[in-house]
Design a protein around this ligand. Structure first.
Ligand code: SF4
Length: 425
């Protein structure tokens, strides 16, 4: 199915009313991930006082339902328990984005965080990490580690658990494997997040300016080549769709500059352990967001519970996706009556296509960016916060001036390059 905005619900989130507040408590990390957009250890751990200030700003400015605690690696921050309970005390849901290293053999820490009020974890695990004890392991081998964290969280109970993966052309083939594994573990894996890899050419067709001054790009996503930086959300969607007919997206976010880009694609699949039935449609996604806003005053992204009462299948009366899911469910019950007594679960899949540098130098971001964070008392895109940390402002790419001959504008690659070394021989 060609993805069409008409068949999906555009999240109603805005800069001023957004379920997510992105909080970076430290830029220190205990591993290194290729594709990370944070320079490690430039400022270290933030003080608890500064962190509390940022949490309050996010709540007041964005009316958040959840605070996504990130870094660097948030679990190495000495006050992580106080941070979690402070967020909970402000009636918001603290979710921790972590590589999990500090918790790998420490279920006690997971229990303490649960006690402090954490709503759940997004574990970032992929083969492009320099992870102690797991270096060089393939994505397939890393399922053992993913299973370990999923089982650990199941044992603690009452936690939202999802797994994130940065997608490169080289591991795109792994996306269906992740979905298959997650579907098999639908009782303990609440979601998956796939983020298309992005970097920026240091030397290419663009010069970079900040505050009107030309600068050298020193961010962690500056690179000598950007050959891998092209996967779109549609590419990742297509890889899943061709392997899982039950999978369908029901909500999206667009671009900030262009209108043919889907920066966020979200699906909510329904199934029992051992059998998937379908995905909810745009109507139920809209109902869920609007109902939560009416009832709690905020939009929503995370909820610790993933069990769905079967009566919810009656929503098929208004929602095409649920109607098809319900048909598949009852057909299966006729074949396997025991399914009727198995719990029905929902499992989300999020696909994020990050910033794209456009031909004319504009940078297309995610509209109403859900991951805005606080820097120096203002809200900035977390994926470009290092531009503020290094240059005090966003970088403005400017396409390099091309040489003009006889009034004809010729492109850079058409300019003949004289190989001066040849003349010296
Ligand atoms: S624009 Fe916002 S949501 Fe999109 S990748 Fe950047 S920080 Fe994430």
């Amino acid at each position: 199915m060609e993805l069409s905005k008409r068949d999906m619900y555009r999240f109603p989130w805005s800069g001023n009313d957004n379920p997510i507040g992105w909080l970076e408590v430290t830029d220190k990390c205990n591993t290194y991930c290729r594709g990370c957009y944070r320079i490690n250890g430039m400022q270290g751990h933030k003080s608890l006082e500064q962190i509390k200030e940022e949490i309050a700003l996010l709540k007041n400015w964005r009316n958040c339902d959840n605070i996504s605690i990130a870094g660097g690696e948030p679990l190495i921050h000495p006050n992580i328990l106080e941070i979690v309970s402070y967020i909970r005390s402000l009636n918001m849901k603290p979710l921790i984005l972590t590589n999990g290293i500090k918790m790998e053999n420490n279920i006690g820490l997971m229990r303490e965080l649960k006690q402090a009020g954490v709503v759940g974890f997004t574990f970032h695990i992929d083969s492009e990490q320099q992870r102690p004890k797991w270096k060089g392991k393939s994505e397939i081998e890393l399922f053992e580690l993913r299973q370990h964290f999923a089982d650990m969280a199941k044992e603690v109970g009452g936690l939202f658990v999802s797994f994130g993966m940065t997608v490169y052309p080289g591991n795109l083939y792994m996306v269906p494997e992740m979905v298959k594994w997650a579907n098999k573990n639908i009782d303990r894996v609440h979601g998956l997040v796939f983020i298309g890899f992005r970097n920026t050419l240091m030397e290419g067709e663009y010069d970079y300016y900040a505050n009107g001054k030309k600068v050298d790009l020193k961010t962690s996503y500056a690179a000598d080549n950007s050959d891998e930086s092209y996967l779109t959300s549609r590419d990742i969607y297509a890889e899943i769709k061709k392997n899982f007919p039950h999978y369908e997206t029901s909500a999206y976010m667009g671009g900030s500059q262009v209108h043919d880009k889907l920066t966020w694609l979200v699906s909510a699949q329904l199934g029992v352990k051992g059998q998937m039935y379908g995905s909810i449609g745009k109507k139920v996604m809209e109902l869920f967001q609007s109902f939560h806003h009416l009832r709690y005053g905020t939009y929503v992204i995370y909820s610790p519970g993933n069990k769905i009462p079967k009566i919810a299948l009656l929503l098929g009366l208004l929602d095409k996706g649920v109607r098809q899911t319900s048909r598949n469910f009852w057909k299966d019950v006729l074949r396997h009556p025991a399914r009727l007594f198995q719990p029905l679960y929902v499992q989300s899949i999020g696909i994020i296509q990050g910033p794209d540098l456009l031909e004319d130098g504009r940078v297309d971001m995610c509209e109403s960016c859900p991951d805005m964070t606080v820097w120096n008392g203002k809200l900035v895109h977390s994926c470009r916060m290092d531009e503020w940390r290094l240059y005090g402002n966003y970088i403005q790419p400017q396409r390099r001036q091309t040489e003009v001959s006889n009034g004809v504008v010729i492109s850079p690659e058409a300019i003949p390059v004289v190989d001066h070394s040849a003349s010296h021989n």
